[in-house]
Ligand binder design. Sequence first.
Ligand code: SF4
Ligand code: SF4
Length: 354
Amino acid sequence: MKVIKIEKSQWSPGLEKLRGAFRLIGPVKEKTWHDFQELAAGQMPDLAFQNTRLSPKSLVFPQSEIMLDYSLDKKDPDCNIPKMAEKDYSPRAVIGIRPCDAKALALVKMNFDTDEYQDPYWLNLYNATTFVGLACDAPCSTCFCTSTGCGPYHEEGLDVLLAEREDHFVAKVLTDKGARLMDSAGWSTALPDAAVLDQAKSAAEGKIVSKIETDGLAAADTMALHGADFWEDISFACINCGTCTFSCPTCWCFDIQDETYGKKGVRMRNWDSCMFPIFTVHTTGHNPRDTKLARLRQRFMHKLKYFVDKYDKGIMCVGCGRCVRQCPVNIDIRNISKLMNNLASEARCAVQGS
Ligand code: SF4
Ligand code: SF4
């Protein structure tokens, strides 16, 4: 793997060269927060941020997208034949995605790219994208990525990992896609001492003091967790606003609906949330998750137990801390995981003591 030095004087000219081969997307400041947007000609990504307010999941999983077009006009030879909507899948480069968000996309890919089903909309956008990550040297106090199998210099899901220094960037090229991007930008000066990245990685990891406890989750009894008393207390404050799910890079609930205008229509996919009361309403009117306790429990059981059991790849959370920072009533996944973990340890102790 090559490690390349990019002088800051070569940063903007390199990005401008990239525009010949890629559409550029990067963090842009809006009011007091940053979010990812397509960068207009001459516009540079604003890298002076800790993390974006919303995760970049919408880049591969838009909040609202047309899946199919159809015609109901009997005179139309394609009447009643749904057609896949035409979209722009030209190459794109996302500059400045944080390592936690790139790992989140890799986790979500397990759901959208299985042996049985491949979601063409998600995968076409994912495959068209080159991900240039930005290491975190100043993580938020609410980040706990190091205890989720991730970290401020984590490489999973990235094509290039960048670390910013005063007058240059250090770029670790991780994939062939990443190498093509570096060639297109004309960045090729090898860094003589690549070990600087390892030292920076250790220093950045040392700054993450917040943790999530997960070691007992895999062995925990699912039904005991499901029936635990603590869900009543935790769910009391929840207002089912869905902020946690919409801001989370690893949440993927969606809803599909047809919208017909006269004799033409489209099939839409829109983000939805397991926290919303009507998400699970059946056509019969029955709702298997008709209380907020049931909905809140589903969100955390999915992330911390069902996903763990199904994939054996850890929890469905990368520790970005967005839900912790943005929940209006301070519901904190770290506290919930601790309760779940403690219940599992208490059950183990009771069995050993009996
Ligand atoms: S952000 Fe907080 S209050 Fe809103 S749905 Fe999530 S847990 Fe409930
Ligand atoms: S559950 Fe919370 S901390 Fe974990 S990835 Fe989602 S938003 Fe980030």
